[in-house]
Design a protein around this ligand. Sequence first.
Ligand SMILES: [Zn+2]
Length: 292
Amino acid sequence: MQEVGNVWVLRAEQTKKKTSHMRGFIDCHCHISAGDFDKVRTKLNDCFITQAGLLALLAVAEHAGEFTKIIELSQRFPGFIFPCLGVHPVQDDSPEQQRSASLQDLDAALPVIEKYKDRLVGVGEVGLDFTPRFVSGESDKESQKLVLIRQAQVAKELDLPLNVHSRSAGRPTIHLLKEQGVDKALLHAFDGKPSVAMEGVKAGYFFSIPPSIIRSEQKQKLVKQLPLENICLETDSPALGPEKQVRNEPRNICVSAEYISKVKGVSLETVMEVTTQNALRLFPKLKSAIRP
Ligand SMILES: [Zn+2]
């Protein structure tokens, strides 16, 4: 633990002057610990990243069972892969059986979050998912809310931003975050209305846009409305790629960036610069930790 800490301190000294004009993309939400990447992950540096112009990648978790893997990945790629640990609103009992998260799911998660708190750049992936097949009634929704509230409290205690999932629950998610006094949040792949997203913008929240924007009219409308100052980039790999059913990869981050540049009528360079600065503002621990 100390060792990694020391490396980061050294890097912080070296990069202090460079942080204001760091060049490259930041993938703010990615499932790099997913089984889909087990075979290729060893070549992560070459085939996934070098051509991708990525500065950093935030590895999010869905359940306590993958926390160690994410921490290990962040140690293997120090200054590049940064961990966010949290409990997703939908939990898999088996590949076919999915259910709403409950407070019991936090029992295994919270001690590990506490253990690694100094290494985390955020708490996530947390949120609400009211897709009908995952919620059988109000009690499931309430259960998800309790899990989110508890994790929002943890994030506040640790002074960390939340990396937030919301599906068929845009409005309740933003309202809950505001009620809980959350002031640092990334709404990933937000599927709500632009008018609801704008409530999040007023609260100072950021919205990360995945490559699936090229095939999603809803995301295109969202980007039209959102100020560039509140937009970050993500891939959500292996999901939400440019092509449906094809495994998404972090290098597709440029697909999001290019599309945003078209919609906003600004250069790709500007999208890179502004979204990276946004990510550094939201996840301040990255500033001193990103490799030179
Ligand atoms: Zn995700």
